[in-house]
Design a protein around this ligand. Structure first.
Ligand SMILES: Cc1ncc(COP(=O)(O)O)c(C=O)c1O
Length: 385
């Protein structure tokens, strides 16, 4: 699919126009839990909204097309989606995870799934060659995030997929940070894509949602039953919000990537920033792989605040950029991973993951670039010790 075709597909999706209203261009919100049944004994297309809902179905087909997979599934949050995905595995199975996996996914594995006998192990997913030695007969999947959160480390999706497939393991790619506009893991070799659609796909910080796309029809069939059985599905109105979000995904991500690149370059020169992590910088360790497999580095970057600045004062001085946990919205946000997104990870493990207590993650939105830079300048000045 060319970039042009993709941009058109984002806007038009799979929905033409509503037949019942002679052409409503916007997807109707079927706010219903159940449906009148026709002839008894004949299974209707829609019988109960946990199984299927027409608004959710438009979204699910749309995301499947965008990610180039067989089937799409919409959930009430990214974590509901990841919980459902882990139910593809059983007691004794092992999942490999990157060292700076999203804290919520780590907590889910460590605190909850461990009780059911599902094992996990941290590996360096950025080292595809070394990864070959990490698979055991119990390894059933590798959960990949690229770039990772919050240190933006990049893994080679095609190389990791080749290694995983040689050992009979599935590759589940969390594509939250780049979205299908900038990166499509399935054609690169991954088996399943998952999103916290709360982020770039929703795009406006007004909906909590998760999306899954499965490449293989047989796995999709199994997963459909998991979705129906567990029931953490996305509501009709929230499904509509995601369809609306997708229409402007390309515009938002282009703008956010452009501003993030400019801010990362500016931070590189700033004495208040010790280290800058952004795979869109030529000097970044992940630049080459990211440039090969993605159409951009996205709106997320992080940096270590120098010891010459007070961290609380830096956050307190921000006024355009909001101190907040989330990312991927039109509003810029700043997160302190050690106390926010990654607080559930023990400090020793955070240190091992490269998440220092002075790390600040910026999720760049669509505000004017100079107002963002001025805000950061003010915060650096106000926090100088
Ligand atoms: C990479 C990643 N995956 C999954 C999630 C969980 O998604 P949600 O907050 O929508 O449940 C998040 C949330 O921040 C995330 O950043």
């Amino acid at each position: 699919m060319t970039r042009d075709d993709f941009e058109t597909l984002l806007v038009h999706g799979v929905y033409g126009a509503d037949e019942r209203t002679a052409g409503a261009l916007t997807v109707p919100i079927y706010q219903t839990a159940t449906y009148r049944q026709g002839e008894i004994g004949i299974e209707p297309e829609f019988d109960y909204s946990r199984s299927a809902n027409p608004t959710r179905r438009v979204l699910e087909r749309h995301i499947a097309l965008l990610e180039e997979g067989d089937s799409g599934f919409a959930f009430s949050s990214g974590m509901a989606a990841i919980t459902a995905l882990l139910l593809l595995f059983g007691s004794g199975d092992e999942i490999l995870i990157p060292r700076d996996l999203y804290g919520g996914s780590y907590r889910l594995l460590e605190v909850h799934f461990r009780n059911f006998g599902l094992k996990w192990r941290i590996v360096d997913t950025t080292d595809a060659e070394g990864l070959e030695r990490e698979f055991s007969p119990d390894t059933k999947a590798i959960l990949l995030e690229t770039p990772t959160n919050p240190t933006l480390r990049v893994s080679d999706i095609a190389a990791v997929s080749r290694a995983a497939h040689r050992h009979g393991a599935l590759v589940i790619a969390d594509n939250t940070f780049l979205s299908p506009y900038l990166q499509r893991p399935l054609p690169l070799g991954a088996d399943i894509v998952v999103h916290s659609a709360t982020k770039y796909i929703g795009g406006h910080n007004d909906v909590l949602a998760g999306l899954v796309v499965v490449k293989d029809p047989e796995i999709a069939e199994r997963f459909l039953m998991i979705q129906k059985s567990t029931g953490g599905v996305l509501g009709p109105f929230d499904s509509y919000l995601l369809i609306r979000g997708l229409k402007t995904l390309a515009l938002r991500m282009d703008r956010e990537t452009e501003s993030a690149t400019a801010i990362a370059r500016w931070l590189l020169e700033h004495p208040g920033a010790d280290r800058v992590f952004y795979p869109g910088l030529e000097s970044d360790i992940g630049y080459a792989v990211n440039s090969l497999q993605a159409d951009g580095a996205g709106g997320l970057l992080s940096f270590e605040l120098s010891a010459a600045h007070s961290l609380p004062a830096f956050f307190a001085a921000l006024s355009v950029i909001t101190p907040a946990e989330s990312l991927g919205s039109v509003e810029s946000m700043a997160c302190h991973p050690a106390t926010m997104s990654h607080a559930s990870i023990p400090p020793e493990m955070r240190a091992e993951m490269g998440i220092s207590d002075r790390l600040i993650r910026l999720a760049i939105g669509i505000e004017g670039l100079s107002s963002l830079k001025d805000d950061l300048k003010r915060a650096f000045d106000a926090s100088k010790l």
